[in-house]
Write a protein that binds this ligand. Structure first.
Ligand code: NOJ
Ligand code: MG
Length: 580
């Protein structure tokens, strides 16, 4: 009888005491980190050849530490003829000479370890370089390596002239097929001609890629960003009588017929086998982690529908990537977006992701116009407030911490195949990715302190004498200082474990609330050049006064200022973090 009476009481007590125990579980290193993307050619050049390199990165790791990032993702550093600036890999096991040596890389990992920074590499599984041993052997007729690639017979047109097998297009314009005399067939390249696609229906290719993963993880690398994952598999041509079928037109009127966007990629993207390949890779990651105790991180690069992106997390018992990149803040919104658009873009990933998985926030990379250019420089702090204070992992593309803008790259200076392949000195700007790859801006010296060379591989953006790390360090208020403060703030439990709710207060002002164990923070971002007064009591349990914890550079407020939450004045493009 006694036990019966006590049990319910015990249940209530232990429940109250343990209410947050599940939430406060110890997080894996990556769950609360900031991942900082470095594009190695453009970060820091140590040997004066105008091209960034590994020693340069090592010498600047303190900067990464100072902004509070816990991991660095390096775009490819492997041996490459650089037709796609490293995404065309000739030897997956060697370091590209312009970047340095294996010793340089090992030093980088060691130095990063001292600073408690994890190193993540870029895995490019979809294709190799046409200069890889594999492709070279294929051209020699070596049967084993022929099967590493995707070959198809050409078709004769009405004039008896040989044409590519079908209408498939490269991401960088024109046919995705290239004829090779030596083989008498066309090979598939979804990217540049020098990037032959690998054949994932061949178990040898699958094993090669797993060995590459093992090699680098065994070197102490903490994980990989995985490139162009959704292009891995093509449709099984046996379903189409042994010939790869044409893809249907997209119907888009804003692009010409050479553009990749002119087709719907129903046979070359998002094929079902892709997800299971990713789950197999995850098993390899876990196999190494089990051996040395360091949990490894996989981040997948996929621009696809939200439902397809979610499949990378895993399925049933199978685990996949911990971080399928969330590109919604790149693809769905920009400077013209309303607060409601921002709310919808943010909520999309959070709504679809499995409850037990993390969100992640990405606003830029080496393929997309820089965040400060897309959103406008006045919104840099506001956008960084979203990236660093929303629930989940924050991702920063180098330069976002100082509001780096796109550089101007003339047609003569353009080197990106995506721009060059347009053959159009006017419209190349629509496609070129060079503007977001211009050198990092360290200080007001020659070449912004990036390099001592007379000519850098891409020109340094104008305005660097004012817009650089050193200037922002010495100025009382700067994007950099706001970023550092945000990185500190994000260490608080409320940003690690706290709940999240958002409201579009009107067309311009977006706000969200994070709360945990009696602590409540409010983040308010005005997307427009307008003055506002907003009422934050639309949030549940938000009444009374709140103090300013952090504010954007142009904010007229001061830290510590106290406001009535029912009538908070908001300045143009202002970003504010308040504590209730
Ligand atoms: C995505 C990479 O981010 C991009 O830079 C590259 O051109 C393609 N994948 C092909 O590897
Ligand atoms: Mg160099």
């Amino acid at each position: 009888m006694r036990a019966v009476l006590l049990l319910p009481l015990f249940g209530v007590l232990s429940c109250a005491k343990n209410i947050n125990v599940r939430d406060e579980r110890e997080l894996e290193w990556w769950e609360s980190t900031i991942v900082y993307q470095i594009y190695p050619r453009s970060f820091a050049d140590s040997d004066g050849d105008g091209i960034g390199d590994i020693k340069g990165i090592t010498s600047k790791l303190e900067h990464v530490k100072e902004i509070g990032a816990g991991a660095v993702w390096l775009s490819p550093i492997f041996q490459s003829p650089m037709y796609d600036f490293g995404y065309d890999i000739a030897d997956f096991y060697a370091i590209h000479d312009e970047f340095g040596t294996m010793e340089d890389f090992e030093e980088l990992v060691a130095k990063a370890g001292e600073l408690d920074i994890k190193i993540l590499l870029d895995l490019v599984p979809n294709h190799t370089s046409n200069e890889s041993m594999w492709f070279q052997e294929a051209l020699k007729g070596n049967e084993k390596y022929l099967n590493y690639f995707v070959w198809e017979d050409g078709v004769l047109d009405e004039n008896g002239v040989m044409q590519p097998p079908n209408n498939w297009l490269s991401h960088f314009r024109g046919s995705a097929w290239e004829f090779r005399e030596e083989v008498g067939k066309y090979y598939l390249h979804q990217f540049v001609v020098g990037q032959p696609d690998l054949n994932y229906h061949n178990p040898d290719v699958v094993e090669e890629m797993k060995n590459i993963i093992r090699f680098w993880l065994n070197k102490g690398v903490a994980g990989f960003r995985v490139d162009a994952v959704n292009c891995l598999f093509e449709v099984d041509k046996e379903l189409f009588g042994g010939k790869y079928p044409d893809e249907p037109p997209s119907g888009r009127t804003d692009v010409d017929s050479g553009s990749h966007d002119s087709l719907q990629h129903i046979y070359t993207k998002d094929q079902n086998e892709t997800y299971y390949m990713v789950y197999e890779w995850r098993d390899v990651f876990d196999e190494i982690s089990k051996q040395d105790g360091l949990p490894r991180l996989m981040m997948t690069e996929v621009y696809a529908s939200i439902k397809d992106v979610m499949r990378y997390f895993g399925e049933g018992e199978r685990e996949g990537a911990q971080m399928p990149f969330n590109f919604d803040l790149i693809t769905d919104v920009d400077a013209s977006s309303s607060a409601a658009d921002i709310k919808r873009a943010i909520e999309k990933f959070l709504t679809y992701k499995p409850v037990d998985k993390n969100g992640n926030w990405v606003v830029g990379n080496h393929d997309k116009s820089r965040m400060a250019t897309r959103y406008g420089t006045a919104l840099v702090d506001g956008i960084n407030m979203l990236v660093l204070l929303l629930p989940g992992v924050a991702v920063t593309y180098m330069g976002e911490e100082i509001g780096l803008v796109d550089g101007y790259v003339s047609w003569e200076d353009t080197v990106d195949p995506s721009g060059c392949n347009t053959n159009d000195p006017v419209n190349y700007v629509k496609y070129s990715r060079d503007p977001e790859r211009t050198p990092f801006q360290w200080n007001s010296d020659k070449n912004a302190g990036f390099s001592t060379a007379d000519k850098t591989w891409l020109p340094v953006a104008e305005g660097y004498t004012k817009l650089n790390v050193e200037a922002q360090k010495t100025s009382a208020r700067s994007n950099l200082k706001v970023y550092q403060a945000l990185a500190n703030l994000r260490q608080e439990k409320v940003f690690r474990y706290g709940r999240y709710e958002s409201i579009a207060l009107n067309t311009d002002v977006f706000a969200f609330k994070r709360w945990y164990n009696g602590e409540t923070y409010l983040v308010v971002v005005n997307m427009r050049d307008s003055e506002q007064e907003v009422d934050l009591t639309y949030f549940e349990n938000v009444i009374g006064k709140a103090a300013v914890v952090l504010r954007s550079v142009q904010s007229p407020k001061n830290e510590g200022d106290v406001f009535d939450v029912a009538s908070l004045p908001v300045a143009a493009f202002e970003g504010i973090v308040l504590k209730l």
